[in-house]
Design a protein around this ligand. Structure first.
Ligand SMILES: [Zn+2]
Length: 310
């Protein structure tokens, strides 16, 4: 079966409101190191979701509103870039990732970074480019938990796979679902951390198929989807996983080492820089497919490398 990719459009250039919820487009079209953010404004108090869209926007928000809550969908740096602008707020992040909001070592563990040179590079990147610092007030959230601000209810919808605690935020009264990094991009699902889980990600995609909402918001690229666009976009997004696995099986008609598979960029397609970072992410993602194919008995590990079974 093939699913034709839906027509995608760029994110809007300016904030878009859905009642009390404002979608704030991230810089660079919401591409890394930025993401689209949400603001929930109820007058006396304001909440922010994944504040990494735009420094100027959030500086102004911090100057003019009383931001009391910052909700983080998961620990990734491109979703917490501007948390330092809200030192008075309470930060809410997934219980399963609590350590990664405080500790570099926990981040390395989640990501699977063991090489000291890579660790040093990543430490400097987080401090210099993302102003990493542990939040003063942190409260972990858990699946199904409800938070209330004025007329707005925020419900935690667990969506594991991208990271273990990755969560979507549902606003039932507004019929809005923030999908975070179930981002429906043409690239497809990203599971490049050691703690990412391909099978859990696919289960999340299946669970979301019938989700009752009218507006679906993502953290990257297009950003705003109507319900029909979401249904088509989700199917195409899921199909990317199937296509990756087909390319991998094709490559394994002859035995291949993991290093050789990584060099072929079956996932990323092209070589991006810094190369060792992309080697790491490509390797993590390919390895998850290999593990699954080994478990299914579709490939074998031979002295010459991984090989497809007849
Ligand atoms: Zn992420």
């Amino acid at each position: 079966m093939t699913t034709s990719a839906p027509p995608s459009r760029p994110a809007p250039a300016h904030p878009v409101t859905f009642g009390p919820i404002t979608f704030v487009p991230g810089r660079k079209g919401g591409r890394y190191p930025y993401c689209h953010s949400l603001v929930v404004d109820q007058g006396a108090e304001t909440w922010v979701v994944d504040p990494a869209a735009d420094r100027h926007y959030f500086r102004e928000l911090a100057r003019t509103r009383r931001v009391t809550g910052v909700f983080l969908s998961h620990f990734h740096e491109d979703h917490r870039k501007y948390i330092h602008l809200f030192p008075q707020a309470t930060f809410y992040g997934p219980l399963l990732e609590e350590e990664a909001f405080f500790s570099m070592d926990a981040i390395f563990r989640f990501m699977g970074i063991t090489d000291p040179v890579f660790q040093d590079y990543w430490r400097r990147t987080l401090i210099h480019d993302f102003l990493f610092r542990p939040p003063a007030n942190f409260t972990p959230y858990f699946p199904g938990q409800l938070f209330q601000l004025g007329e707005v209810t925020l419900e935690i919808i667990p969506a594991p796979g991208h990271t273990p605690g990755h969560s979507c935020f549902h606003f039932p009264a507004q019929q809005v679902l923030f999908l975070a990094d179930v981002d429906l991009t043409p690239f497809g699902p990203w599971y490049g951390d050691a703690a990412s889980d391909l099978t859990a990600f696919e289960a999340t995609l299946n669970d979301l198929r019938a989700f009752p909402a009218r507006t679906f918001l993502t953290a990257h690229e297009q950003g705003i989807f109507t319900e029909p666009e979401f249904r088509t976009g989700l199917a195409a997004f899921h199909q990317v996983v199937v296509q990756r696995e087909a390319r991998l099986l094709e490559a394994l008609t002859a035995p291949q080492s993991l290093a050789r598979l990584v060099a072929r960029r079956l996932i990323y397609g092209k070589v991006k820089q810094p190369r060792f970072v992309y080697d790491h992410m490509e390797g993590q993602m390919v390895a998850k497919h290999l593990d699954r194919l080994l478990g299914q008995g579709l490939i074998a590990r031979t002295p010459a490398g991984f090989q497809r079974l007849p």
